[in-house]
Design a binder for this molecule. Structure first.
Ligand code: GLN
Length: 477
C-alpha cells in the first residue's frame, strides 16, 4: 500500500499498521525520505537520529507479537530542548553545541515506552526564547506553507516538521505560547497542557513556573492521543500533580464559551484575523454552544507580567551554563574571564537581553518595583481566571494577532515580537491549559495563510479543549 503522508494522521497510521498495510519501518523510511527532500530548505530538523530505523524495527517486532497501542510504530519528533539519552540536545544554542543527553526526559521516555519512533530533534528559538524560530543558532526555520515566512516559535521546528508532511506528530514546549502560536501559523493543532500535567523532568528549563511540554499534530484526536501518553504524575518532577488530586472531567455536549470582547477587539489584532475568530464563534453558537461576553480587566496586563517573571526565571535557570558544567568553554586567564567569555560567545543576543532584564528586575533596588508587583498581579489574574471559569467552561480568543509574518519582519523590534504572545501568555501565568485549533485562512500577498483559534479551560480540563476542538474541526470542514 502506498504511504500517503500528506493526509495521514496518527490514528489512520495506527489502523494501517495494525491491519498490516505497511510496517513501521516502511512508514519511517517514507518519513525520512520527506525529511531528506524538504529539510534542506525548511530546516525543521536539527538532526535526524541514526537509530530511527532500529526503533522502527523494534516497534514492528512488538506489533508482530500482537501488541496494540495508539503510538506503537508512529514516527514523531522532539524539540531540541528535551533530553533523550545518548542523543544530542542543544536547545538551539551554540553554548550546548555537541552536548549529549546523559538521561532521557520523562515525556520522551513515555513516548518510547508507548512504542513511538523518535525520528529526530527539531530546531527552535535559542532556549525557547522567541516567536519566530529566528533566534536559533542553527539557522532560521521556514514555514512549509510559505517559505518566505516564519513558522512561529519557539517550537517552530516541531510545528514545521508536522506541517511539511514528515512526522505525524511532535513535542514542543510552551512557556508563553511556543506550542500554540506555531501551531496556528502552520495550520495544525497544538496543546499547552495544565501546569503540572506533564513532567518537566529532562526539559531544559526556561521559566520553570511557566514551562510545559505538549503535543503538535494534524488533528485534535491525535493531540489527545499524544497527551494521554505523556501526561501523568512523575516522582522526578515535584511540580507534577498526583493523578488522584486531579478532577475527573468528561467532555460536554455543549459549552458555555466566554469571549473577552474588549481584549479581542484591542488594537494590533489584524482585522481579518478577528473576523475569522468572530465567524467561528458565530458558528459555535449556531451549533448549540452558549456564547458569553466576559470582562477580564487584568488580562491586558498578562504580557507585562510575563516579560518580568519569565526573564527573572531565565536569568536564574541559565546561570548553570558557565563553561564549567555543560557544553562550550572559552578558557580565560581567570575563572571570571572564562564565565564571561563562554557566556558572551555561547549565548545569542535575545538570550543575553533576557538575562539582563531578569537580573535587573531581581536586583535589590528594583525587586519590589518589578518582580514583586508582577507576582502580585499574577495572583490577581489567576483569581480572575478562577472566578470566570466558575461561570463559563471555556475562554476563547484568536491564538495570535496575525498570520505567519515574513522572515526578518519583526527581528529588529523585540517589542513587536513580544506582542505575538498577547493571547497565549495568560495560560502559562495562571497554569491553565490552552489549545490552538486551525480556523481557516486569511490572504497575504495572494497566499492563503492559516490562523488559529485558542480555547482555555480550568486546570486539568483538557477534555473540554479536545471536545470543543473537535467541534471546530467539524465546523471547518
Ligand atoms: N514567544 C514567547 C517568548 O519569546 C514564548 C516562548 C515560549 O513559550 N517558549 O518568550
Amino acid at each position: 500500500m502506498k504511504i500517503e503522508l500528506t493526509t495521514m494522521t496518527i490514528q489512520s497510521a495506527h489502523e494501517a499498521l495494525v491491519r498490516g498495510d505497511f510496517t513501521s519501518r516502511a512508514l519511517t523510511e517514507a518519513v525520512l525520505e520527506v525529511i531528506a527532500a524538504k529539510n534542506p530548505e525548511i530546516n525543521a530538523f536539527a538532526e535526524v537520529f541514526d537509530d530511527a530505523l532500529a526503533q522502527a524495527d523494534a516497534a514492528d517486532a512488538r506489533l508482530a507479537r500482537g501488541e496494540r497501542a495508539p503510538l506503537l510504530g508512529i514516527p514523531l519528533a522532539i524539540k531540541d530542548n528535551m533530553l533523550f539519552i545518548g542523543h544530542k540536545a542543544s536547545s538551539g544554542s551554540k553554548i550546548l553545541e555537541g552536548y549529549v543527553s546523559p538521561y532521557t526526559s520523562t515525556a520522551v521516555e513515555r513516548l518510547l515506552k508507548a512504542g513511538a519512533i523518535i525520528v529526530g530533534r527539531t530546531n527552535m528559538d535559542e532556549f525557547a526564547m522567541g516567536s519566530s524560530s529566528e533566534t536559533c543558532a542553527y539557522g532560521v526555520v521556514k514555514n512549509p506553507l510559505d517559505v518566505s515566512r516564519v513558522p512561529g516559535g519557539s517550537s517552530g521546528g516541531s510545528a514545521a516538521a508536522v506541517a511539511m508532511d514528515s512526522v505525524l506528530g511532535s513535542l514542543g514546549s510552551d512557556t508563553g505560547g511556543s506550542i500554540r502560536q506555531p501551531a496556528a501559523l502552520c495550520g495544525i493543532v497544538g496543546l499547552k497542557p495544565t501546569y503540572g500535567a506533564v513532567s518537566r523532568y529532562g526539559l531544559m528549563a526556561m521559566g520553570s513556573s511557566l514551562d510545559q511540554i505538549g503535543p503538535f499534530a494534524r488533528t485534535v484526536d491525535d493531540v489527545e492521543a499524544l497527551f494521554s501518553v505523556i501526561a501523568g504524575k512523575d516522582p522526578l518532577d515535584g511540580t507534577s500533580i498526583e493523578d488522584e488530586d486531579k478532577p475527573y472531567v468528561l467532555p460536554k455536549h455543549s459549552y458555555r464559551i466566554g469571549v473577552p470582547e474588549s481584549f479581542v477587539n484591542m488594537e494590533g489584532v489584524d482585522d481579518d484575523v478577528r473576523e475569522r475568530f468572530s465567524s467561528m464563534i458565530e458558528m459555535l453558537k449556531n451549533a448549540g454552544h452558549t456564547i458569553v461576553p466576559i470582562e477580564m480587566p487584568t488580562l491586558p496586563l498578562a504580557l507585562a507580567i510575563y516579560y518580568i517573571l519569565m526573564p527573572a526565571e531565565v536569568s536564574s535557570n541559565l546561570a548553570r551554563f558557565d563553561g564549567v558544567r555543560f557544553g562550550l568553554r572559552k578558557e580565560g586567564a581567570k575563572l571570571l574571564d572564562t564565565y564571561m567569555q563562554t557566556r558572551g560567545e555561547g549565548f545569542g543576543a535575545e538570550v543575553r537581553r533576557r538575562i539582563l532584564l531578569g537580573t535587573y528586575v531581581l536586583s535589590a533596588g528594583y525587586y519590589d518595583a518589578y518582580y514583586n508587583k508582577a507576582v502580585l498581579v499574577r495572583r490577581k489574574l489567576t483569581d480572575e481566571f478562577k472566578a470566570i471559569l466558575k461561570d463559563v467552561d471555556l475562554i476563547a480568543t484568536p491564538t495570535s494577532p496575525s498570520p505567519a509574518f515574513k522572515i526578518g519582519e519583526k527581528t529588529a523590534d523585540p517589542l513587536k515580537m513580544y506582542l505575538e504572545d498577547i493571547f497565549t501568555v495568560s495560560a502559562n501565568i495562571t497554569g491553565v491549559p490552552g489549545i490552538s485549533v486551525p480556523n481557516g485562512t486569511v490572504v497575504r500577498d495572494g497566499k492563503d495563510l492559516p490562523v488559529g483559534i485558542q480555547f482555555m479551560a480550568d486546570h486539568f480540563h483538557e477534555p473540554y479543549l479536545f471536545g470543543i476542538g473537535k467541534d471546530v474541526e467539524r465546523l471547518s470542514k
